[in-house]
Write a protein that binds this ligand. Sequence first.
Ligand code: GLU
Length: 323
Amino acid sequence: MKKIAISAMAAACCLMLFTGMGWAAKYQYVTIGTGGVTGVYYPTGGAIAKMVNKKKKLYKIRATVESTGGSVFNVNAIMAGDLEFGVVQSDRGYQAYNGMADWKDKGKQSKVRSVFSIHPETITLIASTESGIKTCDDLKGKRVAVGNPGSGTRKNSEDALSTCGLGFDDLGAAEGLKAAEGSKMLQDGRIDAYFYTVGHPNGSIKEAVAGRVKVQFVSFTNTTDVLNKFSYYANAKIPVGQYPGAMNDGDVPTFGVKATFLTSSDVSEDVVYAITKEVFDNFDDFKKLHPAYAVLTKESMLEGLSAPFHDGAMKYFKEAGLK
Ligand code: GLU
């Protein structure tokens, strides 16, 4: 009797040990850093996670998404090993890899790796009509949200203001608000305008145009110098038709960057390969997951990147004849 009890206990222990180990070995968890929930990064992280999670039995990967402060936060968290992937503006990826701007003191973030690029993002400034802000010059003395610390937006706001010779000090107030707060504060009349470097359409701007206060996009046309100085910028237009209620007549000229999907050289080749393969092999399904992806082609998703490709991504691109 005693013998039976002992072997039963041993069997139970073995089972617990095995299932416990089995559970731990079952899935590899990866986290994708995005942005605020009313932006395009958050649904983008969700779209990528969805593609790979569909095949969780095959790859044994579980991808989860985290809402974060944006590009700068994501790069730093990837480098610290707190996130495996992140959506990051192409200009911010360039600066991190080359040790510029926010990474000037920390130096080159040489472990940053590209997976692929995604949708275009424009430097977007939306103002209340009652503020009288129509062009960059009108921003002097105004209360403007220039992007939260950790966002990619913040440096773009500075560059946009420089196109008319202004800096943060020339504003009445340069608020470090998140984009989700920006739309509310604009509607409450507590700020005159807010910057957001973002793909279109997005929830934040939809909220801003849907309120009681009438709003308009502000154009940036004097962009030659900033485009010559920084190769990652290109002229772009805000598709105003996507925001019924905005008080502009036609698409608004500004400049822009690209959203990119980045990782670290410390992340395993298998994981990066699996994610790249699922997004590209199911490209038509992926494209349907957000209207900002309408312009994407497989080829365009290999462009606009400044850090070297991760080996796992490269392996897939070679197999698929894309490289
Ligand atoms: N480009 C923004 C940033 O990095 C985020 C935009 C978004 O969440 O769609 O701060």
